[in-house]
Ligand binder design. Structure first.
Ligand code: NDP
Ligand code: MG
Length: 386
């Protein structure tokens, strides 16, 4: 393999992040070689990607009826641990972890064993297993490179800060699809309303998370783990244009921001190319064309989920895991039209109230706490027909 060539595992290959990462691979065939491709249920899409990128291993959550003859040279793995198996079957320099939800946690855990860098989009892995994952990354000397746009922005600002102490992290938030809706209307927002994100084009689960704003709460927890920053020094501002992707504030009050059009190829390529920067095809930013950038305080009354997440992390132990598990259950039910949008936050809140304070010492403890929270949240779905 040429010196600057890196092999990469793309976990969540058929998704929004995965396909955009593969766009970058396609642009730089002399820099990236795909070691493995992993997806959930979209077998035909994964077959098409496998024909294009020739991975050594490929995995699917659900085993398809058959593997096409022209793809039988690939080592195929199936089942809930398909990402873990694919990582072991075809070790790579880098793992792009872009499976959605806690379903991606074990892949992040294994990627730390077998890859030298983890390019992390799967924020739920840090929300649930953050302390354990970061401790393992430090112990094994692995780089964790953020893909989430806010965390990538902070990472880029920190590179520019050259180790000067940072007083505060300021995460920006577009406000989501329901930014200007009143509480009564929000309660009955339809799936179509919620999925119409004004600035970012993403997978369904994270788009719902943006509408409840739990996404920003998950990102506060993610930033806390990634940058070892106390929760009290992580602020959020609403910035509807999504041009400023996040900021750091120094002790003298100076603020450094990273800007660009909302295009995930930006943060994905920063992680894939680090420490070099790769042109990725996004429109250059012309601030005169954007005109004005506006900033508002978050509205806690209409969007209580963000502070609920901060509180869960303050409680620690099983609480952030329960927050995430209850959210995953409630969002899935909302997307299947089994509950109203307005029920998502109360289900999370009630699950947290029933969560016992306990220590989390292992990934097995994380999964046990997740299962317990899911059982609690599911019992509430049954009690709250919509
Ligand atoms: P998508 O829903 O678009 O894609 C998810 C991917 O994960 C799909 O390839 C899906 O496969 C695969 N998948 C789901 N469950 C499993 C499983 N159990 N085993 C193996 N593969 C699985 O999500 P996004 O790309 O939007 O988001 C991915 C992650 O990145 C999330 O954690 C999200 O929060 C984060 N993120 C996303 C951003 C974005 O712009 N999209 C921005 C910042 C963070 P299939 O579809 O074939 O079933
Ligand atoms: Mg984000």
């Amino acid at each position: 393999m040429p010196d600057n060539m890196r092999s990469i595992a793309i976990l969540g290959a058929t998704g929004s992040i995965g396909t955009q990462a593969l766009d970058i691979v396609a642009r730089y065939p002399d820099r990236f070689r795909v070691a493995s491709l992993v997806a959930g249920t979209r077998a035909d899409e994964l077959f098409a990607l496998a024909r294009r990128f020739h991975p050594r291993a490929a995995g699917l959550l659900e085993e398809p009826a058959c593997i096409p003859d022209d793809l039988k040279d690939i080592e195929w793995v199936f089942g809930p641990d398909c990402a873990v198996q694919a990582l072991k079957a075809a070790p790579a320099d880098d793992a792009l972890c872009a499976i959605v939800g806690i379903a991606g946690l074990d892949a992040v855990w294994t990627a730390l064993d077998v890859c030298s860098r983890v390019l992390l989009a799967n924020k739920e892995a840090l929300v649930t297993g953050g302390a354990l994952v970061m401790e393992k990354a430090r112990r094994l000397g692995r780089d964790m490179l953020p893909v989430d746009s806010e965390h990538s922005a902070i990472f880029q600002c920190l590179q520019a800060a050259h180790g000067v102490p940072v007083a505060k992290l300021i995460l920006t938030c577009s406000g989501g699809a329901l930014r200007d809706w009143d509480i009564a209307r929000m309660r009955t927002a339809r799936v179509e309303d919620v999925l119409a994100h004004p600035t970012w084009n993403m997978g369904a689960k994270i788009t719902v998370d943006c509408a409840t704003r739990i996404n920003k709460g998950l990102e506060i927890i993610e930033a806390h783990h990634l940058f070892s920053m106390p929760l009290s020094r992580i602020d959020v501002v609403i910035h509807p244009q999504s041009i400023v992707h996040s900021m750091i504030e120094f002790e003298d009050g100076a603020v450094l921001a990273q800007m660009g059009h909302p295009d995930m190829r930006g943060p994905i390529s920063v992680a894939m190319g680090f420490p070099q920067r790769l042109a990725h095809g996004a429109r250059p930013l012309d601030l005169t064309e954007v005109g004005s950038l506006t900033f508002e305080k978050p509205d806690q009354a209409r969007f209580p989920c963000m502070e609920l997440a901060r509180e869960a992390q303050r409680m620690g132990g099983a609480h952030p895991i329960a927050l995430n598990g209850a959210n995953e259950v409630a969002v899935e039910a909302f997307l299947k039209r089994e509950i109203a949008f307005g029920q998502i936050c109360p289900i999370i809140e009630a699950t947290l109230e029933k969560t016992e304070v306990c220590d989390i010492r292992s990934i097995e403890d994380v999964h046990a706490a997740d299962e317990a929270a899911r059982r609690t949240a599911r019992s509430m779905l049954r009690r709250q027909p919509c």
